[in-house]
Design a protein around this ligand. Structure first.
Ligand SMILES: Cc1cc2nc3c(=O)[nH]c(=O)nc-3n(C[C@H](O)[C@H](O)[C@H](O)COP(=O)(O)OP(=O)(O)OC[C@H]3O[C@@H](n4cnc5c(N)ncnc54)[C@H](O)[C@@H]3O)c2cc1C
Length: 371
């Protein structure tokens, strides 16, 4: 056996698993098709440490987010990863939104997340420039420098004796008597194969394709690319906000509405919106024509904002397993013995809160390893 454990994908989840696996197993091997880590979804997101507010009770998203947030804050402190426990406001701007706030408070409480109801004066003290008649305050929400987090996972994996092969794309997976034979294409377009006991599929937007390589066709696990675009608030108005500010969500949580996120560098952005792409192509363009629509959604709670105060910034793509209009699905994290693929662990549909949950996900995945 060339490797004991092979992890496909060096995004934040693949790397978190690699760090944990390399603490316990020898011959841990990560393959990543790009020249470095985190070139897809893990570097194109809001970098928010979510509290675990909106997810249905008992779902993996709820459990892993709540556990993951504590583990992530501890990890940041221990490893000096830049982060800020800045908190988040969920704001009601009209009377009919107040009942929505009550519902959110209850869902959060079911997940073990305490939120505080704030009146106008209390809101003004925290964020004097916003408009809200009532708000929920989430004290455990925060932001993180996700690049530093991934770098630390990478360094620790290598220090533990694990190997990370960049520019190495997995193109085929074959079951053997004792595990799997994995075929890869390297930077020089050479193909080679190696054997491994365990495969962990953390291939993000392409995790359905990797699962299919091992013979697991499943319509319910097909990924649908769902783009989220961001506009930044230009200086000097970016300095008018210090915390995360979200409107109350109106949809079935396909997205939670255009909101304000702040980052560790002092940047403030609006977004992401929710647009399913017609085909699974990595289209990261930001449509400047959406400027008016972004401004209109945000000005309800950011009265100081003029249309010209925002500029197109960046986009990320969510790996959703639900089609447009379908109810939100949970993370799919399974050891696939039942499908005849012992030792193959699939992670599919790892959208938000995947960054927040990454260490809790890694713990769960390690507990599923069997061969
Ligand atoms: C717009 C947006 C906002 C978000 N905001 C937040 C947030 O604020 N907080 C939060 O907790 N979560 C957030 N998320 C979710 C979070 O970003 C993801 O859950 C997380 O980054 C997923 O990490 P990953 O490692 O699974 O995937 P990825 O980062 O996509 O990594 C997968 C890796 O696999 C590699 N790969 C794919 N196929 C192959 C192959 N055949 N061979 C080799 N390598 C391969 C890819 O190159 C890639 O590097 C957001 C997501 C989006 C899109």
């Amino acid at each position: 056996m060339d490797a004991e454990i092979t992890i496909i994908g060096a995004g934040v989840i693949g790397l978190a698993i690699a760090e944990k696996a390399s603490e316990q197993f020898s011959d841990v091997f990560v393959t990543e098709k790009y020249t470095t880590f985190g070139q897809e979804t893990s570097s194109r997101n809001s970098e928010v440490i979510h509290a675990g507010i909106y997810y249905p009770k008992g779902s993996l998203k709820a459990k892993l987010c709540v556990e993951g947030k504590s583990l992530l804050y501890d990890y940041c402190r221990e490893h000096e990863i830049p982060y800020k426990n800045c908190g988040k406001l969920i704001v009601a701007t009209s009377k009919n939104e107040i009942s929505v706030i009550d519902g959110i408070k209850k869902t959060a409480a079911d997940n073990g997340v305490d939120l505080e109801v704030l009146d106008r004066d209390q809101i003004q003290k925290l964020e004097p420039e916003i408009f809200a008649i009532k708000a929920l305050w989430s004290p455990t929400t925060g932001i993180i420098d996700s690049h530093s987090l991934m770098k630390r996972f990478e360094i620790n994996t290598i220090n533990n004796g694990g190997q990370i092969a960049y520019s190495t794309e997995v193109t085929a997976i074959k079951k053997t008597d004792t595990g799997y034979e994995v075929t890869v294409l390297d930077a020089d377009k050479r193909t080679y194969s190696f054997t491994t006991r365990v495969v962990i599929n953390a291939a993000g937007l392409f995790s359905d394709k990797v699962s299919e390589m091992a013979g697991m066709e499943d319509d319910r696990l097909k990924i649908h690319f769902c783009k989220g675009e961001y506009f930044s608030i230009n200086p000097p108005k970016n300095r008018l906000l210090n915390r995360l500010v979200y409107p109350v969500p109106h949809t079935n949580l396909e997205g939670i509405g255009i909101h304000v996120t702040v980052d560790m560098g002092g940047g403030v952005r609006l977004g992401p919106d929710v647009t399913y792409l017609g085909s699974n192509v990595l289209d990261y363009r930001v449509d400047a024509g959406k400027q008016e629509a972004f401004w209109r959604s945000a000005r309800k709670f950011l009265p100081f904002l003029e249309p010209g105060d925002i500029s197109p910034e960046m986009a990320g793509i969510r790996p959703k397993t639900q089609k447009p209009g379908e109810p939100v699905r949970d993370f799919y994290i399974r050891e696939e013995s039942e499908k005849g693929n012992k030792g193959f662990i699939n992670l599919i549909g790892m959208e938000s809160p995947g960054l927040t949950s990454c260490i809790a996900i890694a713990k769960l995945v390690i507990s599923l390893i069997r061969y």
